[in-house]
Write a protein that binds this ligand. Structure first.
Ligand code: UFG
Length: 341
């Protein structure tokens, strides 16, 4: 089959591209490379360096190619940043997605898998894993922008028959177990890569944003899900789209506090992560854990790398081999020297 991946040069997108190529599919990518990396694109995939807000460029690409399905990941995706410039986030994510969805309806694309988010559920403090029935109350402009797009996809199905799967992932983490891809955000804002760099003394002590949350150790709880498991889920869901449009919560069902993550890094590496307490970060919900029962029931998906130590081990292996991500200018760090196992 032939698939298009928007944002395919980014962190999660590049792992989906690998999963599709591994399964024997043909892959094309649309990415404006604003946060993605040319080096993350495997030679077997074709990259169109285009911004989805450029309607004319999109029309020309859709006019010249046909796809059996589209995986839509391209977006601005940093929760904290979206609270500093909410209108920019809403405008950017919505207009780019609207252009893409319109192109799909105009050119006969039948299936879209959309990268949605747990940030839909960012409202009041929650206890327990979140099912698809939970009230959608985005706690950030980022989450709200993704909800706009879920609603747009609903109407694209109702009126144009574009089937969609909205996969609300929780916290993607880790790296390709074969070392072919990994996380490289500039600037980096995510807990695990920042904590690894603090442990490796590549940056100052980690700030832990908020230690007074209503959680057992006072720090936020997240459901860290291996990025290759998230990639596999995108392929699993395609068959369901033969029947109907769907929205699923996608995670391991286990929550880890920020301090749990630091303990895992210490177990895997044998080294402590230097850290200090800092103010809460705007837009951060105290707990986000997925109940993925529906997704597992309908697709048979289960995470292969569910243990936090496995996730950390793959993230550390990538970080040690690629200290500057895809730039790779700096020397590699001897992975064996910073990994216990
Ligand atoms: N954190 C720190 N210090 C840091 C960085 C993060 O304490 O230096 C904390 C955050 O405050 C939060 C937790 O670590 O409590 C996780 O934060 P991340 O920035 O790693 O991830 P987020 O939960 O904010 O967001 C991620 C993705 C979003 C997605 C969301 C869904 O970036 O796109 O998960 O849960 F919507």
């Amino acid at each position: 089959m032939r698939y298009l991946v928007t944002g395919g040069a980014g962190y999660i997108g590049s792992h989906i591209v690998l999963a599709l190529l591994d399964a024997g599919h043909e892959v094309e990518i649309i990415d404006n490379l604003s946060t993605g990396h040319r080096k993350a694109v495997p030679s077997a995939a074709r990259l169109h360096e285009v911004d989805l807000r450029d309607g004319a460029a999109l029309a020309s690409i859709f006019g010249a190619h046909q796809w059996d399905g589209v995986f839509h990941l391209a977006a601005l995706s940093i929760v904290g940043e979206s609270m500093r410039d909410p209108l920019h986030y809403l405008e950017h994510n919505f207009t780019s997605s609207l252009n893409l969805i319109r192109s799909c309806t105009q050119h006969g694309v039948r299936k879209m898998v959309f990268s949605s988010t747990a940030a839909l559920f960012g409202g009041p403090d929650r206890h327990g894993a979140i099912t698809e029935d939970a009230a959608i109350i985005p706690g950030s402009a980022y989450g709200e922008s993704k909800f706009f797009i879920e609603r747009t996809l609903h109407w694209a199905d109702q009126v144009h028959g574009l089937r969609s799967a909205c996969l609300r992932y929780f916290n993607a983490a880790g790296a390709d177990p074969d070392g072919r891809a990994g996380e490289d955000h500039k600037p980096e804002t995510h807990l695990i890569p920042l904590a690894l760099d603090a442990m490796l003394h590549r940056r100052p002590a980690l700030q832990i944003f908020g230690t007074d949350y209503e959680t057992p150790d006072g720090t936020c709880i997240r459901d860290y899900t291996h990025v290759s498991d998230i990639a596999a889920a995108h392929i699993c869901v395609l068959d369901v789209l033969d029947q109907r449009s769907v929205a699923y919560n996608l995670g391991t069902g286990t929550g880890h506090s920020n301090l749990d993550v630091l303990k895992s890094i210490a177990r895997v590496s044998g080294r402590d992560v230097p850290w200090h307490a800092a103010e809460r970060r705007a837009g951060d919900p105290s707990g986000l854990v997925a109940d993925a029962t529906s997704f597992t029931r309908d697709t048979g998906w289960t995470p292969r790398y569910a243990a936090i130590d496995q996730i950390i081990a793959t993230a550390l292996a990538w970080r040690a081999r690629h200290p500057d991500g895809y730039g790779d200018a700096a020397r590699q760090i001897d992975a064996a020297s910073v990994m216990r196992r």
